[in-house]
Design a protein around this ligand. Sequence first.
Ligand code: CA
Length: 388
Amino acid sequence: MSDNIENSVDDSKKNTVDRRNFLRTAGYGAAAVGTLAVANACTTETKTEAPAIQTKKKFEWKMVTTWPKGFPGLGTGAEYLAKIIGEMSDGQLVVKVYGGNELVPPLESFDAVSKGTAEMGHGAAYYWKGKSEATQFFTAVPFGLNADEMNGWIYYGGGQQLWDEVYAPFGVKGFPAGNTGVQMGGWFNKEINSIDDFKGLKMRMPGLGGDVLKGAGALPVALPGSEIFPSLQSGAIDATEWVGPYNDLAFGLYKAAKYYYWPGWHEPGSVLECTVNKKAYEALPKDLQHVIEVACKATNVDMFGEYTARNSSALDTLINTHGVSLKRFPDDVLKKLAQISKDVLSNLAAKNAENKKVYDSFAKFRSHSIKWNNISEVGYSSARQYLE
Ligand code: CA
């Protein structure tokens, strides 16, 4: 009986094998026929004339950036993007990177991309609030979305479509191309124990965060990165934010201020952008457009990973090597800043239809996302305390 069963199993295996062999042979046969047909065609063609060699058109592009050349994380991220575009396109689209001031001043790079002086740019959308205040939603909003949530909103929550609409009048297309993750609250030479400690404080903070500070009675100052350290050291400003431990350590900000505050309520997951001149983009073949899109996504992931890794080790250096005093903003202060942020955003939304459209989408996404984040990321992170 067992023999029979085994035999029948063997038979069925055999049948399966036979069928596979048949299919394989038939497949090879078909492939072979195809090969012969191609070979014949080639042979015939060779006799008459040389086969046409299709050369793909090459593109040489310029990328202007808002960063000093090779600046850690941000400038190197822009270079990474250019490099992988070249590699992924097998040299068909070559992008040469210019640091801030090499081709145009850092804050003129959007105009350069808009006019086509450069086909591509790397920076942050909130620098262009003079063009449209709605641009600020695509970088960072105080008490807004973190890095993961920004990706969720832009890629899957309608954010990209709104971004395209906001940039359309300038002939520019924007892509997320990097993220710093949640930033630090900044460097201070006095403790922040109540909201009143912000009164009259001259603090470097760009974007909507600066507007919130203003609401708290501070004097927000917008300074480019290169001027932050000398201004803080000379006392021209009382306090500053920059990015996070990785970049702040590189600037030596710990030498000019005593207290390092967290969390970065004003920039919870700043998106860096790749801007592309729309005409130049549309003139590219579809595969190269796709290369840009995917390379931007790769840079987005890569930069966030780099910041996550380097911030952790730089924080350790700041505390244990440089004796930095790490402090958390008191709850009352954060509560007040959150309330002011709500006012700043509703005032912004009330200014015009474009602001309102982007704000409504952003705010709806945030309200859903907070609920999910509280039980996913926050829930998990707080559970990790039990490792201690
Ligand atoms: Ca910042």
